[in-house]
Design a protein around this ligand. Structure first.
Ligand SMILES: Cc1ncc(COP(=O)(O)O)c(C=O)c1O
Length: 407
């Protein structure tokens, strides 16, 4: 019998819920798509989204903007990153993160990665001392959350501020506390492949009134910041409207309208993602030579993607493994490729950066694989996908060699 092939699409998202479609139609019927065009005077859809998101994660303020990458830039600029200063961030992340640092004129200083794909706190400590950086832009890449207690203690001791990149952790938490609430600001993405979908979009949440007043003005609020519901009160804006340039990057009412109903179903969807994640991870756990990351019990994650290692494979074998999976309909990304491919790239491909010496990250990325788990997959799909991965991994397994993680 021929080997089974998976026929689904790894980029197919679910349709938006009917409530989102209805909300979009309602906005379109008014023509009031710009966030400050409020007709009858009530709060705009963008303002309502901001209030609802702030309430959902227990923060005082929220600002909706054009993209997750823009949210990162804006939060850093509003906090006060100045040209040419070093900004620490994870080496294991995606290109919009160092890109956001570059956009505000900062110099990314990349920090090593642990085998569980979180930031290496020992290397962070060394690089805080060596770089003199004042800020860490922490990327919870692929939803892997570091020990936030240990991280925050280190940052407190060294006087380094924290902005969280929560593009992959909307709906996630550390020890019960929502991701994005640990630093001066948390930045989220609502781009199609994230946990709520408006095509493009971003959110900044914070308890810092000064930062959020500045961010609101920078985002292009003109003198209309009084129309925000989840911004600091107008008298907290002080000189921000005059000091901060307008760097237009607002969210519009159409996108906000389709996001609001999705916010209401985020927790349910997180549980649905985790069913898919658990199905794949349980099936892969005992595959010889394949290693999954360990997750701290304090971490509540949203399993919208899965990562695994084939520690013993050479680069050629990794490439052949990806090709073997692809031939059977399973789309796997590999972080060890010498060329950037699709959304996947590493610090070696970001040649605008000063060269980084990251031997531990390089060793980790060399055999790291990554796969999306869209909600359009059923449990049966996930079981089939896992069995295809296991079959393909077996082609490269060397049964007589000792393997990492296998007793
Ligand atoms: C880790 C990470 N951070 C930030 C972003 C930026 O989000 P956006 O695409 O909304 O600009 C992305 C997007 O893919 C991402 O993967």
């Amino acid at each position: 019998m021929a080997d089974p092939v998976f026929k689904g699409s790894f980029t197919e998202q679910e349709a938006l819920p009917q409530a989102a479609i209805d909300a979009a139609l309602a906005v379109m019927k008014t023509g009031r798509l710009h966030r400050y065009t409020v007709g009858g005077g009530g709060p705009s859809q963008a303002a309502l989204l901001e209030s609802e998101f702030a309430a959902a994660i227990g923060q005082d303020y929220c600002l909706a903007v054009a993209s997750g990458g823009y949210a990162l830039q804006l939060a850093m600029r509003a906090w006060g990153v100045s040209g040419d200063e070093p900004v620490l961030t994870n080496a294991f992340t995606l290109s919009p993160v160092p890109g956001a640092i570059a956009a505000v004129g900062g110099t990314p200083v990349l920090v090593e990665t642990t085998p569980d794909l979180t930031i290496d706190l020992d290397d962070l400590k060394d690089k805080i001392a060596a770089s003199g950086a004042r800020l860490l832009l922490l990327s919870h890449m692929r939803g892997h959350i570091t020990d936030m207690d240990a991280l925050c203690a280190l940052l407190d001791r060294t006087g380094v501020a924290l902005i969280e990149d929560c593009a992959h952790t909307m709906g996630a938490a550390w020890d019960g506390r929502p991701s994005g609430t640990f630093g001066v600001a948390g930045c989220f993405s609502t781009q199609t492949y994230k946990h709520i979908n408006s095509g493009e979009g971003g959110l900044i949440a914070s308890n810092d009134a000064k930062l959020m007043a500045r961010a609101t003005v920078l985002s292009g609020s003109y003198m209309l910041y009084g129309r925000h519901e989840a911004a600091p009160a107008p008298d907290a804006f002080g000189d921000a409207p005059f000091e901060c340039p307008n760097m237009s990057g607002r969210m519009d009412n159409l996108r906000a309208a389709i996001l609001r109903p999705q916010l209401a179903t985020l927790a349910d969807n997180a549980a649905r993602w985790n069913v898919r994640y658990d199905t794949v991870s349980e099936a892969l756990r005992d595959v010889p030579g394949l290693r999954l990351t360990e997750r701290d019990p304090r971490e509540t994650f949203v399993g919208s993607s899965i990562q695994f290692f084939l520690d013993d494979l050479t680069a050629d074998e990794c490439e052949a493994f990806v090709a073997a999976c692809r031939a059977r309909g399973v789309e796997i990304k590999w972080f060890g490729a010498s060329k950037a491919s699709g959304y996947t790239s590493t610090h070696h491909h970001w040649t605008y950066l000063p060269p980084q010496n990251l031997p531990r990250t390089d060793a980790i990325l060399a055999t790291l694989f990554d796969m999306r788990l869209p909600l359009t997959f059923s449990r049966e799909d996930c079981a089939l996908i896992a069995s295809i991965i296991a079959d393909c991994a077996a082609q490269f397994a060397a049964p007589f060699l000792p393997r990492a993680g296998v007793a």
